[in-house]
Design a protein around this ligand. Structure first.
Ligand code: ATP
Ligand code: MG
Length: 562
């Protein structure tokens, strides 16, 4: 029986359950999430995080957070900090301290000497270019290096001199001695170490040789006792190499299992491309709400629960697919629908003067914060003679099915009164509508008429004197096409959406939002879900990011106030 019989099963669960049933590793399950700290995490990483931490949690196992920091040149502490923050924010807790591949550099070096001692690795004097050229192709075998048969003692001495810093960058490498004719190119004497006189973010100048990913990665898992080493499909061809290293050394042998990476439409996911979006200024940093990064989704207002739900729903398979952005947006909506308080905000204000409402009078109307969750409580909304409604909610010459305000028409103000439009004030120069005059029916307080008469439209509004001016950032998809990487001849940046951000600086929100805490998530009724920006919002001058639009705004308009 599995510890997680209620969760959908998939092939990795089945492997783990079979291993446990067979008593492999004494039933122990240890997984890990091994990011390279060369960029921020994206939603694809979230899938791997949810999978690894989720499996460990379900089977009473452990999950390690380990930085694969074997490349000193591209890695930075900023990324390390951001990754730790993102994993914690997603709601996962790693076993013990955060680990670093660089902590194992000594052990890896020892194991490399052991391999040399067995005649299974050699120092090559060829340049990287020569090694590439002599590697052969899928149809032709590679050519052995002229020094492939160097004696063990000579290899050991040279390798020690490499480590001691006696050679310049690129002049020598350590290679595994496997098979230059293998049909799997990864097995044609792959490079294990290269010389690189570069400062490392953690080991500083202690090393001038650095392990290659393929040599290091399997060892890291082995050293940590990882039982199920889960990675994406492109590493399937590398598995025979990892197996060869581990078996040749006779060390603990984790089982590698590959699954299909997550692809999402209307975005890009490779760190190189995300980097370019940031450095070229197409977005305002890695955590820009348009980015598919975890920190971007967070800043946009997405919840950790929504991301975990999304990762669960996309499932785990061995077949590459592209998931629709709409699925992620739906997960976000569903979660916020349950939890977000409903408030009133007017994005593009149009002033309405209620002519028969006494000047100077203010009353407070009770308004619940959630239609289905009384536990969220309610607040008092000030109502007065001058209010703002949405410009879009008025039409002088309403088209068919336009049920909002128009000259002579009566509508409901949410939680307030019925009003009827009696006059339209225009700017004499442009002719644009600048203000409406209306009359209200005092008998409809709370939004219902005692005589049972109906209105078709319910509008959101704020009191002009009490509302707070806010900045609202409306985000759209970052690319105009589902697959911006589709065509090799067209650069992905050519598909960038020039209208992915619209900033409204003079929106008006209900007064209770003046000092809303950063990251507060709300529904602006009839408009969508919004979140208080965690960096730019300030007391008295709130800034909101639109997280997602409502599923069906029209249905909401018609259904509202019933
Ligand atoms: P990139 O190729 O863009 O640099 P990466 O895969 O090299 O990304 P890593 O930091 O090495 O990034 O990834 C850490 C872990 O996240 C790896 O185990 C990798 O398999 C997993 N991962 C990365 N991208 C995805 C994805 N799109 N879907 C699922 N898992 C992913
Ligand atoms: Mg990688």
């Amino acid at each position: 029986m599995s510890a997680s019989a209620d969760k959908p099963t998939h092939f990795i669960r089945q492997i783990i359950e079979a291993d446990r049933a067979a008593g492999k590793h004494g039933g122990r399950v240890t997984t890990r999430f091994p990011p390279e700290p060369n960029g921020y995490l994206h939603i694809g990483h979230a899938k791997s995080i949810c999978l690894n931490f989720g499996l460990a949690g379900d089977y009473g196992g452990e999950c390690i957070l380990r930085f694969d920091d074997t490349n000193p040149v591209r890695e930075e502490d900023e990324y390390v900090r951001a990754i730790i923050e993102d994993v914690a924010w997603l709601g996962f807790r790693w076993t013990g301290d955060v680990r670093y591949a660089s902590d194992y550099f000594d052990r890896m070096y020892e194991l490399a000497e052991a391999l040399i001692g067995k005649g299974l690795a050699y120092v090559d004097d060829q340049s990287a270019e020569e090694i590439r050229r002599t590697r052969g192709t899928l149809t032709e075998p590679g050519r052995p290096s002229p020094v492939r048969d160097r004696p063990v003692a000579e290899n050991l001495a040279l390798f020690r001199r490499m480590r001691a810093g006696e050679f310049a960058d690129g002049t020598r490498v350590l290679r595994a001695r496997i098979d230059m004719a293998s049909p799997n190119l990864n097995l044609r004497d792959p490079v294990m170490y290269r010389i690189l006189h570069a400062r490392h973010h953690r080991t500083a100048d202690r090393w001038c040789i650095y392990p290659m990913y393929d040599w290091a990665h399997g060892l890291e898992d082995s050293i940590e006792g990882v039982t199920h080493s889960i990675c994406t499909l492109e590493f399937a061809d590398h598995r025979p190499l990892y197996d060869w290293f581990l078996d040749s050394l006779g060390v603990f042998h984790p089982q590698q299992i590959e699954f299909a990476r997550l692809n999402l439409d209307y975005t890009v996911m490779s760190k190189r491309k995300l980097h370019q979006l940031v450095t070229d200024g197409h977005v305002r940093g890695w955590d820009d709400p348009r980015m598919p990064t975890i920190s971007g989704l967070r800043r946009r207002g997405c919840t950790p629960a929504a991301i975990r739900d999304f990762c669960e729903r996309v499932g785990v398979t061995r077949k590459d697919t592209t998931i629709e952005m709409g699925l992620l947006e739906n997960c976000i909506r569903e979660d916020l629908d349950r939890s977000a308080a409903r408030v009133l905000a007017v994005l593009r204000p149009l002033k309405v003067v209620i002519e028969n409402y006494p000047p100077g009078e203010v009353e407070e109307l009770d308004a619940p914060l959630h239609p289905n969750d009384p536990a969220l409580g309610s607040r008092r909304l000030p109502f007065a003679r001058e209010i703002y409604i949405e410009q879009d909610d008025f039409a002088e010459d309403p088209p068919p099915k336009f049920f909002r305000l128009a000259p002579g028409r009566e509508v409901r103000l949410r939680y307030a009164y019925f009003i009827t439009c009696t006059a339209v004030i225009r700017d004499p120069a442009s002719g644009a509508v600048t203000e409406l005059r209306c009359r209200y029916d005092p008998a409809t307080r709370g939004g219902n008429a005692p005589d049972g008469r109906k209105v078709k439209g319910t509008l959101h509004w704020v009191s002009a004197a009490h509302a707070v001016t806010a900045e609202v950032r409306l985000y759209d998809r970052l690319f105009t096409v589902p697959d911006p990487e589709h065509d090799d001849k067209v650069h992905f940046l050519a598909h960038i959406n020039p209208d992915s951000l619209a900033v409204i600086r003079d929106a008006r929100v209900e007064p209770g939002l003046a000092d809303a805490a950063p990251e507060t998530r709300l529904q602006f009724e009839r408009l969508g879900y919004f979140c208080v920006d965690r960096h730019d919002s300030a007391p008295g001058r709130p800034v909101f990011n639109r997280t997602v639009t409502l599923r069906d705004t029209w249905a909401r308009i018609q259904g509202a106030g019933r």
